[in-house]
Design a protein around this ligand. Structure first.
Ligand code: GLU
Length: 372
């Protein structure tokens, strides 16, 4: 399923511990450098890339001389805390070879479920990607107790896709993808190249597989794919150990299992907007603006806004209402309420002069709006 015609715009690459260690118990620098080279290539083709990297705990084990394994959570947290800085240190050095700056983003489930933190995270990713920095993401194992833990990075990477509206998620693992049976036991096992619908039979195929070093197996990858395809991200599971696997994925020639997105990221965003039960504030618009939005498919400009209600930050979910209070649309506001109050009723070309900066002419861009 090559996308050469349009190219992938935003890619999340997830690498598991087994890929980073090339199956040994230690981080494998040549393997990591090779991945960095390939990520640099994706960027040269014009894609933004976010790397979700496991391997912190394993790096901690290695750094501490493989201490006696304990089952306790504090022990694992200790491993991750030691290993995370080592892991980042290595990534930073290797990306530096290609002149690429990286940033560490550690998160937990709570950070995505809490709306404020979600918006903050989204802004952080946006501002990193705008500056061509590669965010390197892992779970914040040191603070994550069971309730707030995602648990494995397959699911975490699907959540990141949703945050940055990725169009492709690449899950690199130690097999080529999903098979019709366990290839180590069944000589007739065949690689499934494309899955259009993730149903029970797909989950069944994935059950019982697990990777020795990482937390997830094929099952968690299918779960992640299920989440991602429904929010507009296509997913591919492929073998991180294959030469030039990322280039081959780009070209659509890697042996792999593809899960095409069920909707576009724009539709995904619209569904998400509709699912929000509370909005952070409301803007009341004049008749002309209401008409332009509802009938002409236009963005909402500050000039059409008469009144602002609520205190909100840039990027919050905002209700667009008529002067009588009827909600006609919902969207992501491009300015905070503080800024907006200073520019309502004004022409867009005056925004920069009034505020000293601008985030574009629209308060809510058409692509970030859904009509009700
Ligand atoms: N956050 C864990 C680590 O870096 C990995 C979780 C996983 O294997 O998916 O060690």
């Amino acid at each position: 399923m090559s996308q050469i015609e349009r190219g992938w715009r935003r890619i999340v690459v997830k690498v598991g511990t087994s890929t980073l260690t090339a199956g040994s118990g230690r981080l494998n620098p040549p393997r990591m450098v090779d991945l960095v080279r390939q990520i640099a290539m994706l960027r040269d083709k014009g894609a933004d890339v976010v790397l979700v990297s496991s391997g912190a705990q394993q790096a901690g084990r290695e750094r501490l001389g493989f201490p006696k394994e304990l089952k306790s959570i504090p022990f694992k947290q200790m491993l991750a805390a030691v290993g995370q800085s080592r892991l980042m240190h290595l990534w930073e050095q290797y990306f530096e070879l290609y002149g690429i700056i990286v940033a560490q983003v550690l998160m937990t489930r709570e950070d995505i479920e809490d709306r404020h933190r979600y918006l903050n995270l989204r802004d952080t990713f946006e501002s990193l990607l705008q500056r061509s920095i590669v965010p390197i993401v892992n779970e914040n194992d040191a603070v994550a107790t069971d309730e707030i833990k995602v648990g494995e990075n397959d699911t975490l990477s699907a959540m990141v896709c949703n945050l940055i509206e990725a169009d492709l998620l690449i899950l690199l693992t130690d097999t080529d993808g999903l098979y019709t049976a366990d290839p180590s036991k069944d000589p007739d096992a065949r690689l499934i190249e494309r899955v259009d619908k993730i149903d029970d039979s797909v989950y069944k195929l994935a059950q019982g597989t697990s990777s020795e070093l990482g937390t997830g197996g094929m099952y968690t990858k299918i779960l992640a794919a299920d989440m991602a395809v429904h929010s507009g991200t296509s997913v591919v599971i492929a073998n991180g150990g294959r030469e030039n696997v990322l280039a081959k994925i780009w070209e659509g020639t890697a042996p792999a299992t593809w899960f095409p997105a069920r909707i576009t990221p724009t539709e995904g965003r619209k569904r998400w907007l509709l699912a929000q039960s509370v909005t952070a504030g409301s803007v009341f618009v004049d008749e002309g603006a209401a008409r332009a939005i509802v009938h002409a498919g236009k963005s909402l400009l500050p000039v059409g806004i008469v009144r602002v209600e609520g205190e909100f930050e840039r990027g919050a979910v905002i209700s667009v209402r008529t002067l009588e209070g009827q909600e006609i649309a919902r969207g992501l506001g491009n300015y905070s309420s503080r800024d907006l109050k200073r520019i309502i009723g004004q022409r867009s070309h005056e925004i920069a002069e009034i505020l000293g900066y601008d985030y574009g002419p629209a308060f809510i861009h058409r692509d970030k709006m859904v009509l009700l």
